[in-house]
Design a protein around this ligand. Structure first.
Ligand code: SF4
Length: 353
């Protein structure tokens, strides 16, 4: 991995996290890092402040790591991509996608926070899955397993470069007879190929046409590399799905999606094809994020802020989200589904919205 993505120089740590075995391992992994004691991983103003200074955010993403203890453990019902959202083992991200909603919760630099109490998190997930028992009927998440998303607030492939948290969870899921782990990723980390997940972890590689990714998926692995990784991850024992997301509507979008689907078709073999499925998620954007992005990446906003095509909706937390207009959006969805059926007919679409 290039030091451009991650080059940990400062670790902000809660003393309770540093005292745990996982905390000690992480500190030992970055012996040259400058250590800063903090009272709470959630209150470090120098990391979460200035939303106008993008050079500074990227530096913080690359150089800062936060080590904390996850206090509240819950498995939230989801029902769309996964049955449950598992308690996270990390949050934040070293990448910087223009549409990413994660920083809204945590300030704009949003560096990685890793949680050291992995034994508590694993124990919680194991007990929760045991309580569910056998899945009574198939749903769009999975025909037989309860699916737990283990990477809602971070990218697990990058997190795995910092600690063994993700590996520990993948190993836990090997032996949970009725449950499966799942996470979406935009980063190819081939270290994961040695983990032997026994088919109980689903990796969802996010894909979009290259011209969109070039403008929007900042600091991620190139789309061609993600496609090239699929066969290897299937051979290594992962279930591999794809997330077609976010789908951006613009002049020529369907032609570029056709090209992407052809690249996918040419880039994967029969084993991957026979188990492939997809989520299709059209872009949702946000007014506050739009204002921030205008300050550092206006070209991305030309693509994703389209008042002529989008309608606003007030979200629960009081900010304005925008999505493609009802009616037109239904047509976009069916056009893309038709294209998927024509170009990659073996790819089952788990859901599209
Ligand atoms: S990889 Fe995911 S979490 Fe990271 S910036 Fe992109 S969308 Fe956000």
């Amino acid at each position: 991995m290039s030091a451009d993505l991650l080059d940990v120089r400062r670790i902000y740590y809660e003393p309770a996290a540093a005292a745990l075995p996982r905390g000690k391992e992480i500190l030992a992994r970055f012996p040259a890092a400058h250590l800063v004691e903090v009272e709470s991983h959630q209150r470090i103003p120098e990391l979460y402040g200035d939303e106008t200074n993008v050079d500074r955010w990227v530096r913080i993403k690359r150089e800062a790591l936060v080590l904390g203890v996850k206090k509240t453990l819950t498995a939230r019902p989801n029902g769309r991509s996964a049955d449950f959202i598992a308690p996270s083992t990390a949050n934040g991200c070293a990448m910087a996608c223009a549409y990413c909603y994660v920083p809204r919760h945590k300030g704009y630099s949003n560096p990685i926070t890793v949680f050291a109490n992995i034994d508590k998190i694993s124990g919680y997930v194991t007990r929760h899955a045991a309580r569910q028992g056998v899945k009574p009927q198939p749903n769009e998440c999975d025909p037989s397993a309860w699916v737990y998303d283990i990477g809602e607030n971070s990218d697990c492939s990058v997190d795995a470069r910092i600690s063994d948290n993700v590996r520990d969870l993948v190993e836990v899921f090997r032996w949970l007879p009725h449950a499966k782990a799942s996470f979406a990723t935009k980063h190819v980390n081939r270290d994961l190929l040695g983990w032997d997940p026994l088919g109980r972890t689903r990796i969802r590689f996010s894909l979009m046409p290259h011209p969109d990714a070039k403008l929007l998926d900042i600091r991620t692995s190139p789309i061609a590399d993600r496609i090239a990784a699929i066969d290897d991850f299937v051979a290594a024992g992962y279930e591999v799905h794809v997330n077609f997301s976010p789908v951006v509507v613009r002049p020529g979008w369907l032609a570029d999606w056709a090209e992407l689907l052809d690249q996918l078709d040419a880039g994967i073999g029969p084993a991957a094809k026979s188990q492939l499925a997809a989520e299709v998620i059209f872009l949702t954007h946000n007014k506050d994020l739009h204002e921030v992005n205008l300050g550092w990446h206006p070209k991305a906003e030309d693509l994703i802020w389209r008042p002529d095509l989008q309608q606003p909706k007030l979200s629960q937390n009081g900010s304005w989200n925008v999505r493609y207009r009802t009616g037109a959006k239904g047509q976009y969805v069916s056009s893309l589904l038709d294209l998927i059926a024509a170009r990659t007919p073996y790819c089952r679409v788990r859901y599209a919205f």
